[in-house]
Design a binder for this molecule. Structure first.
Ligand code: APR
Ligand code: PHB
Length: 390
């Protein structure tokens, strides 16, 4: 088989790239290791920047998002026993974020891909990448015991942090920048109304907490936990008790608890691989970088990467210009590093670290007070949270 672009991975990065390329008249196939149900069962963040929403609109996949998504104008920061609202819309001259689960984005993109009949091979085993340094890259995979080979112009590695694409590059061609944080997030999903209309990010001496949501009837809550903890050590009651201890009295009063429908622990990591292009192989999304979830940037960075990549490939196919693919890595990384900085900074001011002593606790408190009282600091937080321009 021959195709213009072979995409590895049917997460948000691969699926959105597929729709964008199709819109630009570029044929593509997606190879995904898991089955559809497995991909859709992964629960991840749900805060979309305006740029991400615009890309979904561009490919005609924003109808349900506009119907069901919640527009948020601000967030709340909780510390020192009180909550403080950050009006991001006001601070950014009108920008907002949309609350809509990544799972729903993935489902909408999969449905759109099916409707137009673009090929996705689920349960593609043993995907291997070949000759991306030359002119004729190839991808091999095994499906139902039979080996297949695809010849293509380009390979897009959208296969997440543990994918095969980044691992196919020789070690001396890639440089890794990494920070692993000494704690995790224990998260639960419950069919309960959210405690507040907006997200609450809490700094507490017992550790960070986050009150988020998926809809007016479904909530997502997190508490910072230790890395060696296990979700099954946490009964629902234990989770709710711990969350309450980290919230202000008014939020505790309003909190509606109920049985969890999902409970899991996620480690926190910052990671960047440079560059993001190796000949005719491009990395995009989690395959190239990871952010801790504190800034809600993971999915949004995947979206900006594939925007740069799709635009570059359009320039190549329709204008015969290699300028876009030549600068893809540099353009993508410039935005990636700003989001890495923001996510690292949000993580550092909101969590308890093993070495958080009284001095650093006071510094965090001063930083948070400054954030909610200085127009300039509020603006800096807000413009990053709603998303920096592409
Ligand atoms: N072959 C084929 N597919 C693979 C392989 C492989 N060897 N390895 C991984 N995959 C698939 C995974 O099963 C997954 O469906 O690639 C997909 C990668 O999807 P994501 O991990 O969701 O990554 P990405 O699309 O870049 O989305 C970034 O996801 O992890 C969150 O926080 C992150 O929100 C961000 C978003
Ligand atoms: C979530 O809703 O899961 C969520 C929201 C905001 C974050 C991280 C996770 O910063």
């Amino acid at each position: 088989m021959r195709i213009q672009v072979a995409i590895i991975g049917a997460g948000p990065a691969g699926l959105l790239l597929g729709q964008l390329l199709h819109a630009y008249g570029i044929e593509n196939i997606i190879l995904e290791r898991k089955n559809r149900a497995y991909v859709l069962a992964r629960i991840r963040a749900g805060v979309l920047e305006q740029g991400t929403v615009s890309l979904l609109e561009e490919v005609g996949v924003a109808e349900r998002l506009h119907r069901e998504g919640l527009i948020h104008d601000g967030i709340e920061l909780a510390f020192g026993g009180a909550r403080h609202r950050i009006d991001m819309k006001q601070a950014t001259g009108g920008k907002t974020v949309t609350i809509y689960g990544q799972t729903e984005v993935t489902r909408d993109l999969m449905d759109a891909r099916d409707r137009i009949g673009l090929k996705t091979v689920y349960e593609a085993d043993d995907v291997t990448l070949h000759d991306f340094d030359g002119k004729r890259p190839r991808v091999r995979y095994v499906k139902d015991g039979t080996t297949h080979e695809i010849e293509c112009d380009f390979i897009a590695g959208c296969d997440g942090f543990h994918g095969v694409s980044r691992q196919s590059v020789t070690a001396d061609a890639i440089r890794i920048f990494e920070r692993v944080y000494p704690f995790g997030w224990l998260g639960i999903l419950s069919e309960t109304p959210p405690v507040s209309e907006e997200l609450i990010y809490a700094n507490h001496e017992r550790g960070f907490a986050l009150c988020s949501m998926r809809s007016h009837t479904r909530s997502r809550y997190y508490v910072q936990c230790s890395l060696d903890d296990h979700a099954d050590h946490w009964s629902d009651d234990k989770f709710w008790d711990e969350l309450k201890r980290r919230l202000d009295p008014e939020a505790v009063d309003r909190l509606v608890t109920g049985p969890s429908i999902e409970k899991s622990i996620a480690p926190l990591r910052s990671f960047v691989a440079e560059p993001m292009r190796f000949g005719r192989l491009f990395l995009a999304g989690d395959a190239a970088h990871i952010v801790p979830p504190t800034g809600a940037k993971g999915l949004n960075l995947a979206a900006s990467d594939v925007h740069y990549l799709a635009t570059a490939l359009r320039e190549l196919y329709s204008e015969k210009s290699e300028a876009g693919i030549g600068s893809y890595s540099q353009r993508a990384l410039a935005r990636v590093w700003k989001a890495e900085r923001f996510s690292w900074w949000m993580t550092s001011i909101l969590h308890r670290f093993p070495d958080t002593d009284d001095f650093s606790a006071r510094i965090q408190n001063a930083e948070l007070n400054y954030l909610v009282s200085s127009k300039a600091a509020t603006a800096a937080l807000s413009e990053n949270y709603v998303g920096l321009p592409y």
